[in-house]
Design a protein around this ligand. Structure first.
Ligand code: 13P
Length: 337
C-alpha cells in the first residue's frame, strides 16, 4: 500500500472549490431517471447521456472526480475516447462504484446489508488498470419503528471496512458511504442520533481493519429532518447539527467529507453545504458527491436530445456547488443565469 499515493488522491478529490459528480447509477436506477424523460434505457442512451455530462465545457473547474458505473468505466465517449481517459485528460479523477447493491438483511425485517465483497480484490485490480483511482461502496441505514438495529449498523460497518481495506491494498481511495436515509417521518434529532451510532460503528471498524484514514473519503448523509416529518428543520439548524455530529465522530485525519444529496432539493443540497462551510474552522474539507442534486436539472434540460441545454444546466449546478464547497454561495447567484 502506497500511503502517499492514497493521501494525494484523497486530497485531490476534495481540492478547494471542487467536489464529486456521482454518475454511477446502476442499470436499474438509471432506468428510473431515463423513464422520467421518456428515454428508453439502452446502452447507447446511457452512453449519450453520460457523454453530455462529461463533455460539459468547464465542469472540471468545479469537479474533482466522477463516480462511474462499471459499464461506463469500460465504455467509450461518442468521440471514441474511453470515458476514464476523457475524464483524466480534463484533470477529473475517474472513480468506480464497486458494491453490488443493498439486499435484505436476514432476520431483520425492513433492514438492508450491502453485498459485493466476493471477488472484490480481483475486480479492483481490473478497475485500477482501467484508470479508476477511487471507489464507492454505499451502505443503507433505514430509520423506522425500532430500527436501525445495532445488528444492521454493525454488519454494514464491517462490510464497509472490509471494502475500504481491499481498496487501499489496490491503490484505490475508498469512499466510505454509510447513508442514513431521509425518507421517513423522523425528526432531525432522531437522524442525529442514528447518524452518531452509525459513524461511531464505522470508525471503530475502519480502525480495527487497519484502514488508513488519510487515504479515504467519508460520504455521509446530512443530519436533517425526515422527508415525511411535519416539522422541517431550517437550513442553519441542519448545518449546525451536521457539523456538530461530524466533529464528534470523524477523526481529523480524514482529509475530506463529501456529502450525498439523498433526495434533498437541488437548492437545499447546495445551501446546506454552503452554510456548513460558512461555519468555518473545520478539521476536514467539506464538499459534495451528489447524484440527483447535480444531475436532475441537466437530465430534464437534456430531455434525450438537447445537449447544449443539458450541459448548461449541469455546469450551473456544478458551479453553484463548487461555490458552496468554499462557503461562497448565495441564493441570488441561482437566478444569475
Ligand atoms: P444522491 O446525491 O442522489 O443521494 O446520490 C449520491 C450517491 O452516490 C448515492 O450513493
Amino acid at each position: 500500500m502506497n500511503e502517499n499515493v492514497l493521501n494525494q488522491t484523497a486530497k485531490a478529490m476534495v481540492a478547494d472549490g471542487r467536489g464529486i459528480l456521482a454518475a454511477d447509477e446502476s442499470t436499474g436506477t438509471i432506468q428510473k431517471r431515463l423513464s422520467s424523460i421518456n428515454v428508453e434505457n439502452t446502452e447507447a442512451h446511457r452512453q449519450t447521456y453520460r457523454d453530455m455530462l462529461f463533455t460539459t465545457p468547464g465542469f472540471e473547474q468545479h469537479t474533482s472526480g466522477v463516480i462511474l458505473f462499471e459499464e461506463t468505466l469500460f465504455q467509450k465517449a461518442l468521440d471514441g475516447t474511453p470515458f476514464p481517459q476523457l475524464l483524466a485528460s480534463k484533470g477529473v479523477i475517474p472513480g468506480i462504484k464497486v458494491d453490488k447493491g443493498a439486499k435484505a438483511l436476514p432476520g431483520a425485517p425492513g433492514e438492508l446489508v450491502t453485498e459485493g465483497l466476493d471477488g472484490l480484490r480481483e475486480r479492483l485490480a481490473k478497475y485500477h488498470e482501467a484508470g479508476a483511482r477511487f471507489a464507492k461502496w454505499r451502505a443503507v441505514i433505514t430509520i423506522g419503528d425500532g430500527i436501525p438495529s445495532d445488528y444492521c449498523i454493525h454488519t454494514n460497518a464491517h462490510a464497509l471496512a472490509r471494502y475500504a481495506a481491499l481498496c487501499q491494498e489496490a491503490g484505490i481511495v475508498p469512499i466510505v458511504e454509510p447513508e442514513v436515509l431521509m425518507d421517513a417521518d423522523n425528526t432531525l434529532e432522531v437522524c442525529e442520533d442514528v447518524t452518531r451510532r452509525t459513524l461511531e460503528a464505522v470508525f471503530i471498524e475502519l480502525d480495527k481493519q487497519r484502514v488508513l484514514l488519510e487515504g479515504m473519503i467519508l460520504k455521509p448523509n446530512m443530519v436533517i429532518s425526515g422527508k415525511k416529518c411535519a416539522v422541517q428543520a431550517d437550513r442553519q439548524t441542519v448545518a449546525e447539527a451536521t457539523v456538530r455530529t461530524l466533529k464528534r465522530h470523524v477523526p481529523a485525519a480524514v482529509p475530506g467529507i463529501a456529502f450525498l444529496s439523498g433526495g434533498q432539493s437541488d437548492i437545499d443540497a447546495t445551501a446546506h453545504l454552503d452554510a456548513m462551510n460558512k461555519i468555518g474552522n473545520l478539521p476536514w474539507k467539506l464538499t459534495f458527491s451528489y447524484g440527483r442534486a447535480l444531475q436532475a436539472a441537466a437530465l430534464k434540460a437534456w430531455g434525450g436530445s438537447d445537449v447544449d441545454a443539458g450541459r448548461k444546466a449541469h455546469l450551473h449546478r456544478a458551479h453553484m456547488n463548487g461555490l458552496a464547497a468554499a462557503g461562497k454561495w448565495n441564493e441570488s447567484l441561482e437566478s444569475a443565469v
